[in-house]
Design a protein. Structure first.
Length: 327
């Protein structure tokens, strides 16, 4: 089995397995769930299976379509897992996280004021922070269409692995975030997008303290503080784009800014960002060990039309270690 086929199979089984694990846990933890999403997402899964069969002769289109469809399907168990972690209602860790920042010499309120007073700094951070969803949707599609279908599957696999790992560690670090801890009010902000520091608080407090709380996909918010999943995603997106030369540096630049924005726009402590980046590296390593991408996929023809079995160098012939242009 080629690495492309292995990555595809791993993505399908991870998606199915995440539902089989996460949904039963809701009853164990006492999280009431509005299952109105089941019908639409069941149809979505059927569509994914149909596309997988229909586009089999075209591996790039197949990878682009399936990466998108299974990426959407994974949103449900990932978000529910975030709420399950918060539902356990362990003590808030804001004091610990704040102390870690101070130990690193970070004066978060001063940093916030410095950036907020400078539109030329605040606006790029706002835009980079909001680019998360677009990158998650479009980057695997672009990678697949432009000849990197394995990278496309790997990216969605890594996204799921990183997020599920983050959900587990967040059990012990629930937090309200920097805005609440440092008493930053919406009216205090001039240029930084004031939405993200407060929009999740009702959901977080509700799932932690309300016995009758009901999870609804239409109301769900990103309620995890530690580790920062925006920072983790920044590492993932930059890694995924690195193999495609024309994407490499634009995505590196964008995601460096997005990682920084998590600590300013996203209501995160600095240690949240550092931890998120560490989790990303761990998740990437797990997937690369499982699906390393070293064996060629016989379904994907060479992109160089000049190479063929007729003019290929025989294995017995002496070969130069580098192309002439690199010597």
């Amino acid at each position: 089995m080629s690495d492309l086929a292995r990555a595809r199979a791993a993505l399908i089984w991870l998606t199915i397995g995440s539902y089989l694990v996460v949904l039963p846990l809701t009853a164990q933890v006492g999280l009431h769930v509005d299952y109105g999403f089941v019908g639409p997402f069941a149809l979505w899964f059927i569509l994914a299976l149909i596309c997988g069969i229909t586009f089999r002769p075209w591996p790039r289109i197949r990878a682009a379509t399936e990466s998108f469809l299974y990426g959407v399907l994974l949103v449900i168990p990932i978000i529910i897992a975030v709420y399950l972690a918060a539902r356990l209602n362990l003590p808030l860790a804001d004091d610990q996280l704040k102390a870690m920042d101070q130990a690193l010499g970070v004066d978060w309120p001063a940093l916030l004021r410095f950036i907020d007073s400078r539109p030329y700094l605040a606006q790029p951070l706002n835009l980079a922070y909001e680019s998360f969803t677009q990158q998650l949707i479009w980057l695997p599609i672009v990678l697949a269409v432009f000849g990197r279908p394995l990278r496309s599957y790997q990216m969605i696999l890594m996204y799921a692995v990183i997020y599920f790992l983050g959900c587990v560690i967040s059990i012990w670090y629930p937090a309200l975030g920097t805005y609440a801890t440092f008493n930053i009010h919406p009216a205090d902000l001039q240029n930084i997008d004031r939405t993200w520091g407060y929009v999740f608080l009702d959901e977080l407090n509700g799932v932690r303290s309300d016995p009758q709380f009901i999870f609804s996909l239409t109301k769900a918010e990103g309620i995890m503080t530690f580790p920062s999943l925006h920072a983790a995603s920044a590492v993932l997106f930059a890694w995924a784009a690195w193999e495609q030369r024309w994407l490499r540096y634009p995505f590196l630049f964008l995601n460096v800014i997005m990682a920084i924005s998590a600590a300013i726009v996203g209501n995160h402590y600095t240690v949240d960002v550092i931890a998120g980046m560490g989790f990303a590296g761990f998740g990437i390593a797990i997937v690369l060990i499982t699906v390393p991408g070293k064996r060629p996929d016989p379904q994907i023809p060479s992109l160089n039309p000049n190479l063929s079995s007729r003019n290929a160098i025989p294995s017995s012939a002496p070969q130069q270690p580098f192309p002439a242009s690199l010597r």
